[in-house]
Write a protein that binds this ligand. Structure first.
Ligand code: 5GP
Ligand code: ZN
Length: 114
């Protein structure tokens, strides 16, 4: 099994509550939700962060962003508003070194984030 947690979710070796998947992308509920809707959108391929993904595979980066919108519509938060976040690096709180977009919604979201 991969040593990367999200690679292992991508292959199905580690289970997740999946809300959308295709050949290249998996979207699943965060294990520790910070809002009524909290979904993570990942590529099955390993890339450490958004900048590295965009440099290596811009079409996949675009497809991931498109999927955040699909998830928002599917979860019923597209109209009320939602936030797409990707933490990069330790100082920003990135705890899994495999690019993931958080899709958060279903409550009022403070700005700026902490
Ligand atoms: P980060 O802190 O890197 O921006 O976000 C990592 C996210 O992954 C956290 O919100 C955390 O709750 C979530 N997470 C960590 N381990 C698991 C897991 O095993 N399953 C799921 N579904 N989410 C996880
Ligand atoms: Zn990975």
């Amino acid at each position: 099994m991969s040593e990367c947690l999200f690679c292992a979710i991508g292959t199905g070796d580690i289970p997740a509550d999946i809300v959308f998947s295709d050949d290249a992308i998996v979207a699943f509920r965060d294990i520790s939700p910070q809002a009524p809707v909290h979904v993570l959108v990942i590529p099955r391929a390993h890339h450490a962060n958004a900048a590295e993904l965009a440099a290596a595979d811009p079409a996949l980066a675009a497809a991931l962003l498109e999927t955040t919108g699909r998830v928002a519509r599917q979860e019923g938060i597209a109209e009320t508003g939602y936030r797409v976040v990707t933490n990069t690096g330790e100082g920003a709180g990135q705890s899994v070194q495999h690019i993931h977009f958080h899709v958060l919604g279903g409550r009022a979201l403070a700005w700026p984030p902490g």
